[in-house]
Design a protein around this ligand. Structure first.
Ligand code: HEC
Length: 169
């Protein structure tokens, strides 16, 4: 009888121990996929910047900044002439129209970006480069931050008019 008892006791102990082991084994695989899932999310964001195509139109994006809505009429040539002078003075250090320079070639930029986005890019450059997905894609490629110019909304609007005139030619 004593022997049977001992056997039962041993069997019970064995079961308990293996149960305990089983639990530990269950715990670890549960935690591991969580960690993997977190790791996978980060590279995805980087890939979207790396595969960003600057020639893909993003006209739905108005950007981030003071300009919420621009109403465009027929091209105002007098305004565009003012914009041309401002562009020469503030932008040609980094931009050409037909060729990439420090920054992207700006010919046809009005066909790629919304008027609001273009104006916010000039008026609110730092925040755009930090948060806007298109601006982030551009800075990842050009590797140089566009410098914000101290221009008024009206001045930047006239540069936009100059871009519209160029893109209509
Ligand atoms: C110090 C150089 C520099 C100056 C000055 C500069 N830019 Fe830029 N610009 C850049 C760079 C570089 C980019 C690409 C984004 C980045 O890397 O910051 C860019 C991007 C842009 C874009 C987006 C182009 C696209 O393909 O979507 C516009 C529009 C623009 N600049 C307009 C202007 C205007 C207008 C001025 C003058 C008021 C100006 N920039 C002055 C360097 C400059």
């Amino acid at each position: 009888m004593k022997f049977k008892f001992l056997m039962l006791f041993m069997a019970a102990t064995f079961t308990l121990v293996s149960c305990g082991d089983g639990k530990k084994k269950e715990d670890s695989p549960e935690k591991a996929p969580e960690k993997e899932a977190v790791k996978q999310e980060e590279p995805k964001k980087e890939v979207s910047t790396a595969t960003f195509d600057e020639n893909e139109p993003t006209l739905d994006n108005k950007g981030i900044g003071p300009i919420k809505n621009v109403t465009l009429g027929a091209i105002d040539e007098a305004m565009a002439a003012k914009g041309k002078e401002l562009f020469k003075a503030n932008c040609t250090a980094c931009h050409k129209f037909k060729k990439k320079y420090i920054g992207p070639a700006l010919k046809d930029v009005t066909k790629l970006r919304s008027p609001e986005w273009i104006m916010n890019m000039v008026l609110n450059t730092e925040e755009m480069l930090a948060k806007d997905p298109v601006a982030k894609g551009l800075i990842a490629k050009y590797n140089a931050p566009m410098a914000r110019q101290s221009l008024t909304e009206e001045e930047v609007r006239s540069i936009l008019e100059y871009f519209r005139l160029k893109d209509s030619q």
